[in-house]
Design a protein around this ligand. Structure first.
Ligand SMILES: *Cc1c(COP(=O)(O)O)cnc(C)c1O
Length: 467
């Protein structure tokens, strides 16, 4: 493709995207294709000769678009959001155009230095201790894996990297913790059997006394307590683990405290919503995802550590061909995580934070928390519905329960209600189970969600309930 054609399609694609943002409500939120439907439209083998961009773009619209679930639709109430924003998309376009590999300082000094400053901005914006250092990871899953690996090395005096793992290191997390903990524990060589799941209370928060008991019992049987993962904002129900008490236990037994605030971390932008962060200053490592709620398109996960030397010592490599004269003076982020090659992700953060300003981002968070309250009021005004978890920040877990139905029937009825509501194409919600009970999850947080969509989703729910 010559530069002139690139220029022409570049303009056309930006126009197409601007129209997409404007008319996104014309699409059903959740894709309606059946399994294999897209696959069957893609040729079995690649073209021998180059095709014209007009044909490729046509197929994007005709073949790909029907198979897209629209995460940027304001009727998005599923999982947690994965927001983008115009500023973020524009930055991502520049990042793609520059095509820089940002593994060490020399391979793009601006990428390294902008990342350093953006992580300081973010750290201060969510009021983490000023001593913490940050690095951008692709996902919270990767950040948690980095925490588990560093905790392992610190506990074994960096011997596991040399000798392999011994199989007696233990990790603790609540029974509501994210599946990425189990994945990380498997990859980091702890072994799945060495994760101890601690029960939660009626607020779906880890019970610290049970954590302490589990640790004591492990010590007695010769195991080595190594890492506790505390969650702020569990995926099922937005449970908040009591970090202060957990942190004190970690200090007492010299255990690494990793905090997973993947979604909820963004709420800490707002001082009056920051209560759940109490004790976060005790964390050895902390992760939250600007790519969820903070308007920065996937992927961008902010990982903070108290002791960057321990992180770097866990990951550093020194092949001759990557040594440079600047190594002592700069940050080489390849040693701060798993990948060598790294995307220039700091640019979109810089664009987003500057474009919205701290106040703009705070206003968005407050707006979403307010809309959640408004939905809750609607739900609570109808006695046929039951709220199944304390409502924190932007998540409501509930079910239709008109009385007189057993658990099995309730699950069936609510599953069918969810299908009908989603079938409208105007909204998309997902479900979970809480203490064995089927719950519909309504998660507010899409950038453009407004009272109109809150009223719409309530109308659909109340209308289809009991159908
Ligand atoms: C979304 C989420 C994760 C996983 O995030 P990725 O960036 O997709 O790996 C982990 N923990 C919690 C609490 C989450 O909400």
């Amino acid at each position: 493709m010559d530069n002139e054609t690139f220029r022409r399609y570049g303009h056309e694609f930006v126009d197409w995207l601007a129209d997409y943002f404007e008319n996104i409500e014309d699409y059903p939120v959740k894709s309606r294709v059946t399994p294999g439907e897209i696959l069957s439209q893609i040729p079995l083998s690649p073209p021998k000769t180059g095709e014209d961009m007009s044909e490729i773009f046509r197929d994007f619209k005709e073949v790909v678009m029907p198979g897209i679930t629209h995460w940027q639709h304001p009727g998005w109430f599923a999982y947690f959001p994965a927001n983008n924003s115009p500023a973020s998309v524009l930055a991502e376009m520049l990042t793609a155009g520059l095509g820089a590999q940002c593994m060490i300082w020399q391979t793009s000094p601006a990428a390294s230095e902008l990342e350093e400053r953006m992580m300081e901005w973010l750290r201060d914006m969510i009021a983490l201790p000023s001593g913490m250092s940050g690095v951008i990871q692709d996902t919270a899953s990767t950040a948690t894996l980095c925490a588990l690996l560093t905790a392992r090395e610190v506990k074994t005096d960096f011997r596991t990297n040399e000798e392999g793992s011994s199989g007696d290191l233990r990790v603790y997390a609540s029974s509501e913790t994210h599946s990425s903990i189990e994945k990380g524990v498997k990859i980091a060589g702890y072994g799945k059997e060495n994760v101890v799941y601690i029960d939660t209370d009626e607020n779906f928060a880890m019970i610290p006394s049970l954590l302490q008991e589990a640790i004591e019992s492990d010590i007695k049987s010769g195991k080595i307590p190594t890492c506790v993962v505390g969650t702020l904002g569990t995926t099922s129900s937005m449970g908040m683990d009591p970090l202060e008490e957990i942190g004190n236990i970690c200090r007492k037994y010299n255990i690494w405290l990793h905090v997973d605030a993947a979604y909820a971390g963004t709420a800490a932008l707002v001082p009056e919503l920051r209560g759940f962060m109490k004790g976060a200053e005790m964390a050895d490592s902390f992760v939250f995802n600007p790519h969820k709620w903070m308007l920065t398109n996937f992927d961008c996960s902010a990982y903070f550590v108290k002791d960057p030397e321990a992180l770097v010592r866990t990951f550093e490599i020194h092949p001759e061909y990557l040594k440079t004269a600047a190594d002592q003076k700069v940050k080489n982020y390849r040693d701060w995580g798993i990948q060598l090659g790294r995307r220039f992700r700091a640019l979109k953060l810089w664009f987003v934070i500057r474009s919205y300003g701290l106040e703009g981002l705070q206003a968005m968070v407050k707006e979403h928390v307010g809309l959640t309250r408004q939905f809750l009021e609607l739900l609570e005004s109808d006695t046929r519905f039951e709220v199944l978890a304390p409502v924190q920040l932007t998540l409501v877990c509930f079910r239709y329960n008109p009385g007189g139905l057993d658990e099995e029937t309730l699950e069936e009825v609510n599953r069918s209600l969810l299908e009908k509501v989603n079938g409208s194409g105007e909204v998309f919600l997902t479900h979970t189970t809480l203490k064995g009970r089927y719950a519909i999850r309504l998660s507010v947080g899409q950038r453009n969600t407004s009272l109109r969509q809150i009223n719409k989703v309530w109308e659909l729910i109340s209308q289809h309930a009991g159908d």
